[in-house]
Design a protein around this ligand. Sequence first.
Ligand code: HCA
Ligand code: CU
Length: 396
Amino acid sequence: MDDANYYAYQYNEMGVKPKKIRILDSTLREGEQHPGVTFSNKQRIQIAWMLDYFGVDQIEISPVVSPDHKEATKTIIKQGLKADIVAHVRALKEDVDVAIDCDATWMATYLGISEIHMKDKLRITREEALRRSVETVEYAKSHGLKMRFTVEDGSRADPEFLMQICKAISDAGADRISLPDTVGIMRPNGMYNFVKSIRDEIKTPLDVHCHNDIGLALANALAGCDGGADQIHTTIDGIGERTGIPALAETAVALTYLYKSPNNFRLDMLMDLSRLIEQYTAIVPYDSKPIVGPTAYKHKAGTHLAAILRNPAAYEPIEPKVVGNRRRIVFGELAGKNGAAYLMSLLGLEQNETHAKAVAAGLKNLRMGDLLEIPLDDRLERKIINDTEVKVKTGK
Ligand code: HCA
Ligand code: CU
């Protein structure tokens, strides 16, 4: 671990014991619910292989959406991947039958349990919701399936009813319970309290599924894990209904570096996974997207360039190559004397303090914004750092 981060990590670790937090990736289920996203079966299979190689613990796919999806689910299950393949279906016997027909060993089923979901969406009473939940779990368990039950819209459900349902499905043998913040309404402390309230009463392992409607999905999911959950739902690039759920890249990096969770993720695949989705969906990650966005490792201001040239950790939390990204520096109005000297050394020009200052002033006076962007590799960096150091320092 980088020394530069030492004190920050000390604050982070205060009172938070490292524990293993798993990832369920739902690119093939929640991700396909993103407007405009639909994969071919070949693409679904490739995504599953790559997610498995990356090291996620579970991969979720819905076999009930279309015959195509059912086919993809069957084929992916047959691949014998390390990750569990979780067939995601509604809380209905006929849907459980589809999972069984796919030869699933793991399935997940969901039922809305907030008043608005029961009254206006499903048109069922609490009693019916409770009965349907228990019956579905019992039915799946009687067929030897491992199963997760999702109390959909759980963060907006009456806490007493939520507890009653969770106890009932847990007693019926559910292997995991997913506590979702379906409309992304929680703040981190709220998510902590929500999960903790269930954790204190029920032993069943808990998932958190947090939507990003207000931009708090990952923060909430992590707070939920502090509250007792041990599995976070993600998708590649965070795609999903509306504004989606936590991005795999941010979640995996946060778990590895900030939470010290022992996962063995192949973090250097993160850029490639993002590119794969870009290629299959034409959804380009926005510029400043953490970890995989085009500017995640670009440095621009003169003061930043000067520091980056001596030690990149001055303005980077983790090295770009760790996540498959690349460091770039941007030359333009803000490049300053050090940036200019760097640029001159790249062009093979002789540099000294006066020339470097003149070039910096020239870049500023052009008023053309960013003129040039250069990707760096270790060798180039070392060479230029040394040259720039010597020449700018001595000013000769
Ligand atoms: C859905 C709802 C869901 C389920 C989450 C889960 C949600 O679109 O089917 O199964 O853990 O956000 O509540 O995605
Ligand atoms: Cu969701």
